[in-house]
Design a protein around this ligand. Sequence first.
Ligand SMILES: [Fe+2]
Ligand SMILES: [Fe+2]
Length: 254
Amino acid sequence: MRVQLLSDLHLETEAFEPRPAPDADLLILAGDIDAGHGGLDLFADWPVPVVYIAGNHEFDQRDFDSAMAELRVRCDRLGFTMLERESLVHTHAGRRYRLLGTALWCDFDLLGAHDRARCMKAGAYFLDRVQCSTRDGLPFSAQQVRDEFTRCREWLGQQLSLGRRSSRWDETIVITHFAPSAKSADPRYGLQPASASFCSDCEDLMGRAGLWIHGHLHCRHDYVVAGTRVVCNARGHVDRGEADDYNPLRVLEI
Ligand SMILES: [Fe+2]
Ligand SMILES: [Fe+2]
């Protein structure tokens, strides 16, 4: 199966016209497509099935649960499959691919539990000034992000314990918005407290999926941990040079 992967298009500020990769069998949208949500409509009538995972920016200035519900309604209308702690077995050319999708979020423990408070403080700066989401009438805080990560991580761990392959699927693909390893940290900045708002160490889950796709970091990655190939093909912001070597037509074969 050949997968076109797009994420971090940030259509709320960026000008970008998506085009279908001519040889792709599936399109995966791994979050931060458009904080305004309307940009998802650019993928209407896409020639291959579309699977969508929400990114953090789809919750900007919104109530968390209302935004999730609105995204579901939009995806249903567009005929996309939205995955949030949900799985889908997608059959292509007689092979069954189990797709596991969740935003994942982060635990702020990337530098170790002893540095969690410092990392949460760095995360809170962004959450309070840029994302400005609410949940249950309260600001969507770093602690709430961490709690959401725990829910996503537990679900993913349970799903992956069922095996990379089984009688019901031939391969497993994980799709998250946030990154599952420090290896995905943006090389422009190195490892620092803010990195923990982007990556969490989920390497103990590697080996139980053939491919782990993520976004959120505005750079490209393609590496292997314990037999799991980790790929990020995020676009990012043109004026920061993040899209300089970006190929939106890149296709992954699995
Ligand atoms: Fe992004
Ligand atoms: Fe993001």
